[in-house]
Write a protein that binds this ligand. Structure first.
Ligand code: SF4
Length: 434
């Protein structure tokens, strides 16, 4: 926690419609990029689905990545592992499918608590040659109904960082049951910490909205239903493939910004209120107290953030919603907002709220982007771990973007923590300044 100075609540959300942009001159780059691969999603997915196991089929590099990103679990039974291709596999002396079946059998015999097993593909060419979809089908013949085996790719060639979650959820959509009734059902899509999920569930209940389902669920085999009566609301901006698959099964996507900060959360809830004809009076009654609390919490960190210039490197795909939050609620000036890819279906609502002065960039040519960052000398640079230390050594203050993915930052109760995550490096810099 940084020491917070008191500041009056700012009241309602800022209306940025007048300064909004609709036709952005976007820089598009396709050069060398510094982004984690989709295996990283296992870190939060295995915590969410508590009966699932993630088996990466990959190399020692994959094992090191997942292990160091997730931390070593010494006292608990882990729920992820890597089936590492050995010299024998690479030399073609072993049948990789037989080896995989052997690994899975040993695992499932040892761990009867596993109900769903995800085989996660990776980059090495030997893995690409393996048909994991077929392998999952073959293993299902043996292990269903006790264990359902699924597969998706977390390969760095096909996915960046958060796209791993998209690929994982996408592979679950075909096995979601169909809805049986005609009453509208709300489906919140995207991994949220249980505590945040409970907060949202309470707000929906107070608004009289229900039934509400969360996807992914806490138990991987208890999948929510999907059908023509499902209203789909995204909690994360990187789930384009999943959203399209849910729409193909009849779901209606609610257009909304993402629940980051007070305004994002209010507008996200408002999209539900509109879809369910919740009265303005009820909506105001339900949201007034938590939104006032959140305004007060965010305001405490405004003195560090107001007027500061922030540069986002592309990493987690959260950049545009977070930039919108910093601009609207913290008075931050946005220099560049980089995003790994721009999926307009996912991000249009957010994009329109960025100020006309913010340079948006899609993809990356890291050296060119570093040059732009050095030239503009922002007060704070939000970037991946690999870029942070070199930039710090050049006197630039940085924030690790991975922290923004691993911390609970959605909703009213976390809005102050979100502002604090950005304020902390600036506070530290001001304390260390001679
Ligand atoms: Fe590296 Fe590819 Fe494995 Fe990711 S999937 S750790 S990018 S080898």
């Amino acid at each position: 926690m940084i020491a917070a100075s008191p500041m009056a609540s700012t009241g309602g959300c800022v209306d940025t419609a007048s300064g909004a942009r609709t036709n952005l001159p976007v820089i598009r780059e396709r050069g060398q990029h510094e982004v984690f691969c989709g295996l990283t999603g296992i870190v939060w997915l295995h915590r969410k689905m508590q009966d699932a196991f993630f088996m990466v089929v990959g190399s020692r590099t994959c094992a090191h990545l997942v292990q160091s990103a997730a931390g070593v679990m010494i006292f608990a039974e882990p729920r992820f592992a890597t089936a590492i291709l050995s010299e024998r596999d690479l030399a073609g002396l072993a049948d990789a499918n037989e080896e995989l079946d052997r690994c899975v059998t040993t695992l499932l015999q040892r761990r009867p608590d596993i109900n769903a097993l995800f085989l996660v593909g990776s980059c090495p060419s030997e893995v690409i040659k393996l048909d994991l979809h077929r392998a999952a089908e073959r293993l299902n013949e043996r292990f269903m109904p006790q264990v359902q085996v699924l597969n998706y790719s977390g390969s760095g060639i096909e996915t960046t960082f958060t796209q791993g979650e998209d690929a994982c959820l996408r592979c679950l959509v075909p096995i979601m049951p169909a809805t049986t009734g005609t009453v509208a059902e709300l489906l919140i899509v995207g991994t949220l910490p249980d505590m945040v999920e409970d907060q949202f569930a309470r707000l929906f209940a107070q608004m009289g909205v229900g039934p509400v389902h969360f996807f992914p669920p806490r138990r991987a085999r208890q999948l929510p239903p999907i059908g023509a009566n499902t209203r789909v609301l995204l909690a994360q901006p990187f789930l384009g493939e999943t959203a399209r698959a849910l729409m193909a099964r009849g779901g209606t996507l609610l257009a909304a910004p993402y629940p980051f900060g007070v305004c994002g959360t209010t507008d996200w809830l408002q999209a539900v209120a509109d879809a369910y004809d919740v009265s303005a009076e009820t909506f105001a009654k339900v949201t007034a107290a938590p939104s006032d609390r959140a305004h007060a919490a965010v305001s405490r960190y405004k003195p560090w953030l107001e007027g500061k210039r922030v540069f986002f490197f592309p990493d987690s795909q959260l950049e545009i919603p977070l930039a919108r939050f910093l601009h609207e609620e913290c008075g931050v000036e946005l220099v560049e907002v980089g995003t790994p890819y721009l999926d307009r279906l996912m991000i249009e609502t957010e994009l329109a709220r960025l100020p006309a002065t913010a340079q948006v960039s899609e993809g990356q040519d890291v050296e060119k982007q570093l040059d732009r960052c050095r030239t503009s000398r922002p007060d704070l640079t939000v970037c991946g771990l690999g870029l942070a230390n070199p930039l710090e050594s050049e006197g630039l203050r940085t924030k690790w973007s991975i922290e923004l993915v691993f911390s609970p930052v959605h909703g009213y109760e976390q809005a102050g923590d979100l502002a604090e995550l950005f304020a902390r490096p600036l506070d530290r810099a001001s304390r260390l300044a001679v």
